[in-house]
Write a protein that binds this ligand. Structure first.
Ligand SMILES: [Zn+2]
Length: 284
């Protein structure tokens, strides 16, 4: 790609590194979410696309590690199949700005994002006719996420009765993630998955951000379990443990990973006092 094209599409800039799989990785996730939308449009059901969730991508440029916005493409596919009432929910630590903006003027799609307040891309503070935002304060726990689930997300589902729900389940909102400062356990993510998977005839579960490989693997494996009605075992089977022991992270958290990152999927729930900021956000 020549320098002018790189500049125009922000490749090699703005947190969009050039790397070996720069085409294959986003192409695979976009293909996966498009296929999931096509499958569920024809026959209602549930599809898990853990490689999907690149919610910062823009129509003409990359943004924040997201080269193609697979979530927006999947929603467009649902719209092309005639769906008229779609709900996109995003619980990544970062605001789902690319998806919100993509459908800001389309009454058929409502986007709701729960993310860390004051974190890049520094948007996602307001509400509008097609979107809602719940920026949680640093240190927010499962208590705050469950309050948003029960006082904002589920009432919205009840009011809109969507034909299809897409959930971006970024694992970077979990306590051990090195890029953000929320303090959720993976149980909070699983509670949202469980609550939404039966709330519409069509449900697509995406991955998203996540910069601690153990948090990512444990959160999304458990989310797959939720979709399939499996309760995580108290101790993982040796083959699963071997997978987790084989992961590496070249950051502080990777130097001395606690034993339970290898032997379990479920975190101990992290509850705390409901934050005043959360109370204010929800008008409780
Ligand atoms: Zn993120």
């Amino acid at each position: 790609m020549d320098p002018a094209h790189r500049e125009r599409h922000r490749i090699g800039a703005d947190g969009n590194p050039v790397y070996r799989e720069i085409f294959r990785r986003p192409a695979t996730s976009a293909g996966g979410v498009l296929l999931a939308a096509r499958i569920t449009a024809r026959a209602p059901g549930i599809v898990h696309v853990p490689g999907g969730g690149t919610h910062h991508g823009r129509p003409d440029r990359a943004s924040g590690f997201c080269y193609v916005n697979d979530a927006a493409l999947g929603i467009l596919e649902w719209l092309d199949h005639g769906l008229t009432n779609i709900l996109y929910v995003d619980i990544d630590a970062h605001h789902g700005d690319g998806v919100e903006d993509a459908f800001a003027d389309d009454a058929r799609v409502f986007t709701l994002s729960v993310h860390e307040a004051g974190r890049w891309p520094f948007t996602g503070t307001g509400h509008g006719p097609t979107h809602a935002n719940y920026p949680l304060p640093q240190g927010a726990t499962d208590t705050d996420m469950l309050a948003v689930l029960h006082h904002a997300i589920l009432p919205l589902v009840a009011a809109r009765r969507p034909q299809a729900i897409m959930l971006q389940c970024g694992a970077d909102a979990i306590e051990e993630d090195p890029l953000s400062r929320l303090s959720l356990s993976n149980q909070a993510h699983w509670a949202v998955v469980h609550a939404l998977m039966g709330s519409a005839p069509r449900f697509i579960l995406l991955g998203g951000g996540g910069y601690n490989p153990w948090s990512v693997a444990r959160c999304w494996a458990g989310a797959w379990g939720v979709l399939n009605g499996h309760t995580p075992p108290a101790r993982l089977a040796p083959a699963a443990e071997a997978v987790l022991r084989g992961l590496t992270l070249n950051r502080a958290a990777g130097r001395n990973p606690p034993e339970h990152w290898f032997t379990t999927l479920a975190d101990t729930p992290r509850h705390g006092p409901l934050r005043p900021d959360t109370v204010a956000l929800l008008g409780l």
